[in-house]
Ligand binder design. Structure first.
Ligand code: NAG
Ligand code: NAG
Ligand code: NAG
Ligand code: NAG
Ligand code: NAG
Ligand code: NAG
Ligand code: NAG
Ligand code: NAG
Length: 445
């Protein structure tokens, strides 16, 4: 991608890192600030929608220079010290300027897992698996303050669409631990979910099925027909709300970090099922690439420009990128683009993710994305794959993506799996600390 984004992105990150180093390492002040002043102006305004400025504004540094204890409401009964490490992890995963771009894959799943774990842990003392409405709003606001004080985005509630109601029982009729344990087969629940295999769970759904079963059971608890009658369609919303109660109970029985990784494993199953990107109208591509392609250069220009718009949206996992390639391909096919424009124009899987670096390489996250890490001297990093260049698969009738749990089907020409236990998930973990001061200036300066 002739990424208008990438150089800007890169420069801005470097700028940010330089300032960061300046702040952290005050003694080196003046020479660095000179370099900052001499950086080329931001990328000229162009035909592209303006993308990355908000991503790198240096103001996000503030949290790291201000470690003051946030002023909390005093009205939240959650025991933050029971999940301190998880909160720190969440703050890093949802780190100010990156939060919107990691929201779907890392930040929000971690934020959700943290909230569940916090409430679950607190239920050991409170005896209830939900907060009431008043407490819910104080707690959500306090949690947010704690996270912000550790570097997280101030808009987490909005980015992850979490409302105080998400901390309550919502429409689930069972709230107390005692009642829960009298209704649910808790040993079955613990056995299935105490430990999950993050790869196999997504296909076998061992833990997920038991959670669903338990949620259904408590959701229908006050209807005398609750005994697992699967032909009776339960009120979907209520069962969903009860799933929250079930996982909170689980969180009370596991140690916080185990609980957190179980919940992250479960959410990975869902996030890899769909492409999180929005696809705008493909008319510009259809115009150049539809029917017979008259001018290949123009067609490729159109598809590349289209894809570069997608690149502004989010980091995606490798499995998500597959879904995205399939979705866009189908959209194009149904608009009469019949030629495989991906291979014609060298559109690769990585072109569906945010682009980083001067080499304009897309950063695909592994299918089981790891947490971001913060390193005082290097900045924020997360693992992504900068090396593989897999041409995006053009959807064909013989190639169905839904088969990724089918062990007899090999996904076509994908990055080789490094995960030894299972070849279905593609874990090419290459570059920890992607956004490091070491990496960036070397390439840039
Ligand atoms: C630190 O942050 C708090 C709350 O965000 C603010 O009230 C305080 O003035 C800040 N302190 C410094 C030294 O910036
Ligand atoms: C909060 O959690 C910590 C760590 O789990 C525990 O030691 C402490 O007793 C709890 N405090 C309250 C008030 O429940
Ligand atoms: C919410 O719960 C707390 C105790 O957990 C209680 O003190 C408070 O009165 C409750 N508020 C409402 C509105 O029920
Ligand atoms: C919070 O609740 C709303 C509806 O009540 C729902 O749409 C949203 O997905 C929930 N958020 C989370 C993180 O569960
Ligand atoms: C299950 O529910 C359906 C619909 O409510 C009902 O027709 C059926 O008899 C029930 N089956 C059992 C075993 O209770
Ligand atoms: C093909 O399109 C390119 C870019 O739009 C243009 O520069 C070139 O002149 C076109 N070639 C032909 C043969 O029309
Ligand atoms: C696709 O082409 C067919 C036949 O050429 C035409 O009837 C149809 O309207 C076209 N569809 C779109 C979405 O352009
Ligand atoms: C798995 O894939 C093979 C080969 O593509 C196919 O024959 C088989 O029916 C698939 N099995 C399932 C359960 O989808």
């Amino acid at each position: 991608m002739k990424g208008l984004l990438s150089p800007t992105f890169f420069l801005q990150i470097t700028l940010f890192l330089l300032i960061f180093l300046l702040v952290v390492n005050k003694s080196q002040g003046s020479p660095i600030s000179t370099e900052v002043d001499e950086l080329p102006p931001a990328f000229p305004p162009s035909t592209q929608p303006q993308p990355f400025i908000p991503l790198i504004a240096p103001s996000p540094l503030r949290p790291f220079t201000n470690n003051s204890v946030p002023k909390l409401s005093g009205l939240c009964s959650l025991n933050f010290s029971a999940a301190q490490d998880i909160m720190t992890t969440t703050a890093t995963d949802c780190w100010t300027s990156f939060a919107p771009y990691l929201a779907n894959v890392v930040c929000c799943p971690q934020f959700d897992a943290m909230l569940v774990t916090l409430i679950g842990q607190s239920s050991k003392y409170s005896g209830v698996l939900a907060l009431n409405a008043t407490h819910a709003s104080h707690c959500l606001s306090d949690v947010q303050k704690v996270l912000v004080s550790q570097g997280a985005s101030e808009n987490l509630k909005e980015i992850c669409s979490v409302h105080p109601r998400n901390l309550t029982e919502a429409s689930c009729p069972v709230v107390s631990v005692d009642e829960f344990e009298s209704v649910v087969d808790t040993s079955r629940l613990l056995t299935a979910c105490r430990k999950i295999d993050p790869v196999n769970e997504c296909c076998d759904q061992v833990c997920q099925n038991v959670i669903h079963y338990a949620a259904r059971k408590i959701a229908l608890n006050d209807l005398s027909t609750s005994d697992g009658n699967h032909s009776m369609p339960g009120p979907k919303a209520r069962i969903n709300d009860c799933k929250n109660i079930v996982v909170r109970w689980l969180a009370s029985k596991l140690d916080p970090s185990t609980a957190n990784s179980v919940f992250r494993g479960l959410s990975n199953c869902n996030l890899n099922k769909v492409c999180p990107l929005d696809f705008p109208s493909v008319s510009s591509v259809v115009k150049e690439c539809g029917h017979l392609i008259h001018n290949q250069t123009a067609c490729c220009k159109a598809i590349k420009s289209y894809v570069s718009y997608l690149q502004e949206q989010s980091f995606v996992t490798n499995l998500q990128a597959l879904k995205c390639a399939a979705s866009l391909g189908k959209k194009l096919q149904s608009a009469n683009v019949s030629k495989d424009v991906y291979s014609l124009c060298h559109i690769s899987l990585k072109d569906f993710s945010l682009q980083v670096g001067l080499q304009e390489s897309g950063c695909l996250l592994p299918s089981l994305p790891s947490n971001a890490v913060f390193d005082g001297t290097s900045g924020i990093g997360f693992i992504c794959d900068l090396n593989d260049n897999i041409v995006a698969p053009w959807p064909t009738s013989s190639y169905l993506l839904s088969s990724s749990c089918n062990r007899t089907t090999k996904l076509p020409s994908l990055p080789t799996a490094t995960s030894s236990q299972n070849g279905l998930f593609i874990n090419t973990l290459v570059l920890p600390l992607l956004f490091t001061s070491i990496l960036l200036p070397k390439r840039l300066l």
